[in-house]
Write a protein that binds this ligand. Structure first.
Ligand SMILES: C[S@@+](CC[C@H](N)C(=O)[O-])C[C@H]1O[C@@H](n2cnc3c(N)ncnc32)[C@H](O)[C@@H]1O
Length: 184
């Protein structure tokens, strides 16, 4: 079975990410994705956001264990990312929904997610990518996915290639959206 998160991370390999690039993890959770991004930019910077204190504690421990010091951990919603990121980014990741094994009532919400994704696209350098993993198996995730697809389908095809990958025989399964900003 295809692992959609690995598939999403594969897109980032096509982005113009250099060791000194600036990237963002807009939903840090337990820090697995943050650690992956940190490994891509050993001389650069990762901005990582979450609203839960536990996410920052767990991510910091994971990064410390691996010896990464290139991550800025921010306890705030990704909808406020523009207050912290004042430079263009080469890539960004959103892994939406709630943290498995944690409080399921704390999850991403479509209004703030739409703002965060829109702002993240505005920060993206030419040649950059944003990947989004959506979980439509719960009600808010279903709405979040629908609204994201609706919003993103309106971006100009001359400037962006925006793709949607989903499992067609399992409508509730998680799916990926990848946003490429053309390098021109
Ligand atoms: C599926 S988990 C992320 C998994 C994570 N990337 C990892 O590698 O473990 C989704 C996370 O989004 C966080 N979240 C919810 N609302 C948020 C918001 N407005 N801004 C940033 N993070 C948010 C949740 O607290 C949760 O930790």
């Amino acid at each position: 079975m295809i692992k959609l998160l690995d598939f999403a991370k594969n897109f980032l390999k096509q982005a113009d990410i250099k060791p000194n690039s600036v990237v963002a993890d807009f939903t840090m959770g337990n820090g697995y994705d943050t650690l992956y991004l940190a490994s891509l930019v050993p001389n650069g910077k990762v901005y990582a956001f979450d609203v839960q204190t536990d996410a920052l504690i767990n991510t910091k421990a994971r990064l410390d264990k691996a010896g990464y010091k290139n991550v800025i951990l921010i306890k705030d919603g990704h909808e406020n990312a523009a207050n912290y990121i004042k430079e263009p980014i080469d890539a960004g990741m959103f892994n939406l929904g709630y943290l498995p094994g944690s409080d399921k009532s704390v999850h991403t919400m479509h209004e703030s997610t739409l703002k965060a994704v829109k702002d993240a696209i505005g920060m993206l350098k030419k040649g950059g990518y944003i990947v989004i993993c959506v979980y439509p198996g719960h009600e808010e995730g279903r709405i979040e996915g629908e609204k994201l697809l609706e919003m993103l389908s309106k971006y100009d095809k001359k400037d962006y290639c925006i793709t949607h990958f989903h499992i067609i025989n399992s409508p509730d399964a998680s799916f990926i959206i990848a946003i490429e900003k053309y390098n021109k």
